[in-house]
Design a protein around this ligand. Structure first.
Ligand code: ACO
Length: 350
């Protein structure tokens, strides 16, 4: 018996925002963003749409794709770093929004590796027979991190353009803000017979260097955990040492792909499709080269969605399946690295 992915789906925020639109708010350009990250556009939600709402949209699509009755779901795992509330987490909110009975709902927070950690948890739940049909969601509303207030202007509606001072403030965070988008992806997993299903995992964590990517304020290391001073200093916005994260990603991601393949008895060359966390197209390209994989063995879509953290892998899986890139029997490898730092890889026989 193996844990199979029987349905996938995703949704994005309502507003399509191109690189040139961001240049209305800060000192940046389409050329810079494309060259450094490969990103061309991303989506943001309308104010009031929360992570659990996007999670609901993605879950409904994955459930419809699986062709099951939602009442069959007997466990929810929800991965996000941008929950609706400090607590409770999004898992229970999604259970309620889906109108499910009081099934267990677990929240996990492994950022960009959240989906891969979630897959391992779902696999363990299914194989230990704790659950039979599990819904795994990765969802993010990153727009709450954005430092600007000129949303109407950005969305092309009537509204004030930023002043020179506001543009300077917005530009202070431009290395991070241009990368992220709002979206959710979901998969339904179920026990099944036969060759297909999840084959193996290799996960790692290392908290020693967490300050290379973290949100300094809004946590209980501070008293009070939110303060006007922190807000005015922009300490509620992630701080990131982009170069350090880049270097870590291009080292750790190929390493862990080799580990999961080796431990599961496969050669890297046997991978039919690599779906890497979409943090930066340049990172994905280095990982691909380092693993020696041909273009047809790699699926990237960051150009259209930006980095959607826990949602990138399920979105890419859904698009790849629907584009006919995940053939029956194919060996699919998922890999990611994110804040924490957490990184890992998983193998799936389609
Ligand atoms: N527009 C225009 N110029 C910019 C922008 C921007 N958006 N951002 C930075 N710059 C400027 C800088 O000010 C700097 O200018 P200077 O040379 O005059 O000082 C120059 O561009 C180079 O800046 P760097 O930050 O050194 O640029 P770098 O080549 O490192 O690229 C980037 C930055 C894209 C962030 C890259 O480091 C990266 O992608 N790192 C990985 C980040 C990542 O993946 N984070 C998410 C992890 S996933 C998770 O867990 C959430």
């Amino acid at each position: 018996m193996r844990t199979q992915i029987i349905g996938t789906g995703f949704v994005t925020g309502e507003h399509l925002v191109k690189n040139e639109d961001l240049a209305k708010l800060m000192d940046t350009s389409d050329a810079w963003i494309r060259e450094r990250s490969g990103i061309e556009q991303r989506y943001y939600v309308e104010a009031g749409t929360a992570t659990s709402d996007l999670g609901l949209g993605a879950a409904e699509k994955a459930i419809a794709d699986a062709g099951i009755d939602k009442g069959e779901i007997d466990y929810i795992v929800f991965a996000t770093m941008t929950p609706d509330h400090y607590f409770p987490g999004c898992g229970g909110l999604l259970q309620h929004k889906l109108g499910l009975k009081t099934i267990p709902a677990l929240d996990i927070r492994q950022q960009c590796t959240g989906f891969i950690y979630g897959l391992q948890i779902c696999d363990a739940l299914v194989r230990s027979k704790v659950a039979r049909t599990v819904l795994l969601v990765g969802a993010e509303v990153h727009s709450g991190f954005m430092p600007w207030t000129q949303w109407d202007h950005l969305f092309g509606r009537e509204g004030p353009a930023p002043t020179a001072g506001e543009k300077d403030w917005n530009s202070k965070f431009r290395d991070r803000t241009v990368l992220f988008g709002d979206a959710a992806g979901a998969v339904v997993l179920q026990a099944g017979e036969g060759e297909s299903g999840l084959l193996g995992f290799k996960l790692h964590s290392d908290g020693s260097d967490f300050k290379s990517l973290y949100v300094p304020s809004g946590g209980f290391a501070s008293r009070p955990y939110v303060s006007d001073t922190d807000f005015k200093a922009g300490r509620h916005i992630p701080e990131m040492d982009g170069r350090a994260v880049f270097k870590m990603a291009v080292k750790r991601m190929p390493e862990v792909v080799r580990e999961v393949c080796g431990e599961s008895g496969y050669g890297v060359e046997q991978i039919d499709l690599l779906i890497a966390h979409q943090a930066n197209l340049r990172i994905c390209e280095v990982v691909q080269r380092s693993l020696g994989l041909a273009d047809e063995k790699v699926f990237n879509n960051i150009q259209r969605y930006g980095n959607t953290t826990a949602a990138t892998i399920p979105i890419a899986l859904d698009e790849a399946r629907k584009a006919g890139r995940v053939k029956q029997g194919a060996l699919v490898c998922f890999v990611g690295l994110g804040a924490g730092f957490h990184w890992g890889a998983a193998l799936l026989r389609a």
